[in-house]
Design a protein around this ligand. Structure first.
Ligand code: ADP
Ligand code: MG
Length: 697
């Protein structure tokens, strides 16, 4: 590892306060970064100079051999050091691409170098300009893949950054280079002694190696160094977290008659995995310390009926149960399921969302206050101030990563009318499985249960990917499923024609399909802008088999549960994130029928590399764990399957699955560290983002 211009502890201490602020400057403070670029960076999760410095390359391009023009071989990748003779622009007739051609030369000869769709570059390539180009000799021309102006030797290994349509990897590379001028301000959070014993490079060295590695081994050493630090910071932050407050809860006696009737009411037996989780939940409910359990299980693994089991336990104990979901569609869907079973068992059940008419909401609240309603299903409307439960015994939070910490907290600490000195038992659910050790780290105060096996008879969903020129074949397949009595989803992306609302766009598309690919079929269209009543009516109609196809926006991402639906077409699938695609796909494959997910994208040539990799990943696996890790690698910025929660989203360098060893090391160090210096304290405060830690860490 190269050495980095020696930062002495003394000088470090003197310059630190100002310098650290320098890194917190917005990216717009960099030369040449205007509102458009900073917005594009923002969408990639980069808002400060620090974010840029810590922006992790997604992968690296190995070096290409340096060649003279005279010795170029056709088809071989090479790097050339050349001078511009002249340039010209032309347009292809068929595909309307601009091609920039530059005649370039070195001492051994000249050649035409070509760039696609980079007309603006012609201004820079004036005669006499020196540049280095990397690419391949193809039919006599040199097709340029990357270039660098100037004669200073370019890095042999090229980092490729998570990029977007609005911001190319090359531009990000240039911006990172600018940001690296502030590298010194990073400081070194790890004590020298620790670095010595753990054989960890200086932080600045690691960051530099990440962006400008000389050999590939540098990259992994650097990544581990940075991952170790963030895991250590996380450990320290968690350790300094204020103690859990009062956790007194009502202990429940053994499952009784209501639970037997609940089991009998289900049209299936619990799987072994579900039974195991139920035993764990029962164990918690016996105690007078509130249950705080995280239930992990992939999409479709059957978490809902387990959650309902816990709610039923509360009812059986003469108390109430509440289930909070992140969206209205999901809450409504849960309500449909739960209401049916509750009716059979004679339990009062209410739905509470913010779109409920005032009178209905008042009535629901009254039923919860009197205790007539044993179970409440709802959105964050459940935690509004006016809501008082008679005796809330169990609180379930579905898709818990989509809630803020405060929202979960509000439900977890609800004080009921009859039991003001107790809090409810809590069950948190997530379809974003992460390895147990990491989960324990991030949610240190939660016990963890996993449903690691889908209900019996489920066959993995078969996923395929085609481009829109061949979309008609996908619709033919869809029709053949419908002929066999199945139902289908067609998902449209959020992108709307200019001016049209998202709902309008979906409706227009549904109409178009109805008059073409889906002619003669019963088609419904569901989207977020429909009134709740209509949305519910549509979901019920689809569940009852009165509709063949549901054309939908991502409102169906979570919550729709129709086992007879066995095929899904996702239009413009390249526009969706991996987490979203996985969730969407989870809407099929919920019954005994072999199910299919057909991803339809724009032409492959028009896709970004990341979009192609996302679609490839979807085709190659249905495992949520695996997709989570691929997503993390692709997006690079620790946005684990769309998690919004503090903690996980701060892990930029950790590989959740393969860094278990590193995690253990960080944990050991955290418990032994006797002095935590100022920079490290700041890092903890930064990760946890609260005054609490700033004071205590
Ligand atoms: P998750 O919330 O984990 O994504 P759900 O709870 O919605 O999954 O369950 C998916 C589907 O599987 C539902 O239709 C549910 O009724 C069904 N299901 C759940 N458990 C079983 C089981 N043990 N056997 C058969 N089907 C089950
Ligand atoms: Mg669910």
């Amino acid at each position: 590892m190269r050495s980095f211009g020696g930062i002495e502890p003394a000088s470090e201490a003197r310059v630190r306060p100002i310098e650290i602020d320098a890194l917190d400057q917005p990216v717009s403070s960099l030369k040449g970064v205007g509102t458009k670029t900073s917005a594009a960076l923002g969408r990639l999760g980069v808002s400060s100079i620090r974010d840029l410095i810590l922006y992790r390359p997604r992968r690296y391009e190995p070096p290409a051999p340096r060649r003279d023009v005279g010795e170029l071989l056709s088809g071989e990748e090479a790097t050339l050091d050349v001078e511009v003779v002249n340039t010209s622009l032309r347009r292809t007739r068929r595909r309307n691409l601009t091609i920039l051609e530059a005649l370039v030369r070195d001492s051994t000869g000249s050649i035409v170098a070509t760039w696609f769709n980079q007309a603006w570059l012609s201004e820079k390539l004036t005669p006499g300009v020196h540049l280095q180009i990397r690419g391949t000799l193809d039919r006599g021309d040199f097709a340029v893949r990357s270039y660098e102006l100037g004669t200073e030797p370019i890095a042999d290994i090229t980092p490729l950054y998570p990029a977007s349509d609005a911001l190319a990897s090359k531009r990000i590379r240039d911006l990172v280079r600018l940001a690296l001028e502030h590298l010194e301000s990073l400081g070194e959070p790890l004590p020298a002694r620790l670095r010595a014993t753990q054989r960890l490079p200086h932080k600045a060295d690691a960051v530099l190696a990440l962006h400008q590695p000389r050999v590939m081994d540098d990259v992994e050493t650097a990544r581990q160094r940075l991952a170790f630090e963030e895991l250590l910071v996380m450990q320290l932050g968690l350790a300094a977290r204020p103690d859990a407050e009062d956790r007194d809860a009502a202990p429940f006696s053994e499952p009784g008659e209501l639970i037997s009737r609940y089991r009998a009411a289900l049209p299936f037996e619990f799987t072994a995995a579900q039974e195991r989780v139920i035993v764990e939940i029962d164990g918690d409910l016996e105690k007078s310390d509130a249950m705080q359990r995280l239930l992990q299980g992939d999409v479709g693994s059957g978490k809902t009926v387990v959650a309902l089991y816990a709610l039923m336990r509360a009812v059986e104990a003469g108390q109430q149960g509440a289930l909070m979901a992140p969206t209205e569609t999901l809450a409504e869907q849960h309500f449909l399921t739960v209401e049916r079973i509750c009716a059979e068992l004679g339990i009062g059940c209410v739905l509470l969302t913010s779109s409920l008419p005032t009178a209905a909401a008042r009535e629901a609240r009254a039923l919860l206050e009197t205790g007539e309603a044993g179970i409440a299903i709802g959105t964050h409307a459940l935690i509004q101030d006016q809501i008082a439960f008679r005796a809330l015994g169990v609180a379930v939070v579905d898709e818990q990563h989509r809630f803020g910490v405060e929202q979960r907290h509000a439900l977890a600490t609800h004080r009921s009318i009859d039991t003001p000195d107790r809090v409810p038992h809590q069950l948190y659910m997530t379809a974003t499985p992460i390895p147990r050790t990491l989960a324990l780290t991030v949610w240190g105060d939660l016990a963890i249960s996993e449903i690691n096996q889908p209900p019996a008879g489920r066959r993995p969903i078969v996923t395929s990917w085609t481009t829109h020129e061949r979309a008609s074949e996908a619709y033919l397949r869809l029709r053949s499923h419908l002929e066999n009595g199945r139902q289908a989803y067609v998902v449209c992306p959020l992108i709307t024609a200019s001016g049209a609302s998202e709902g309008r766009a979906a409706e227009d598309e549904a109409r178009r399909l109805q008059s073409a690919e889906l002619a003669d079929l019963r088609v419904g269209c569901i989207h977020g802008q429909l009134p709740t009543r209509d949305r519910r009516a549509l979901m019920e109609a689809f569940a009852a088999g009165e509709l063949d196809v549901l054309v939908a926006t991502t409102v169906i991402e979570v919550g729709i549960d129709v086992p007879n639906a066995s095929i899904m077409i996702v239009q413009e699938a390249d526009r969706f994130g991996l987490a979203q695609l996985h969730q969407l796909r989870g809407r099929v494959g919920r019954g005994e029928h072999q199910s299919y997910c057909l991803l339809v994208s724009r032409a492959k040539k028009e896709l970004t590399e990341m979009a192609s990799e996302r679609l490839d990943a979807m085709v190659s696996t249905t495992d949520g764990f695996e997709l989570a890790e691929i997503d993390l690698e692709l997006r690079g910025h620790g946005q684990l399957l769309g998690t919004r929660q503090k903690g996980l989203s701060d892990l930029r360098f950790t590989r959740p699955r393969s860094d278990q060893e590193l995690l253990r090391a960080a944990r050991d160090v955290a418990s032994e560290l006797d002095e935590v210096d100022e920079i490290l304290t700041l890092e903890v405060a930064r990760m946890f983002g609260d005054a609490d830690h700033r004071g205590r860490a």
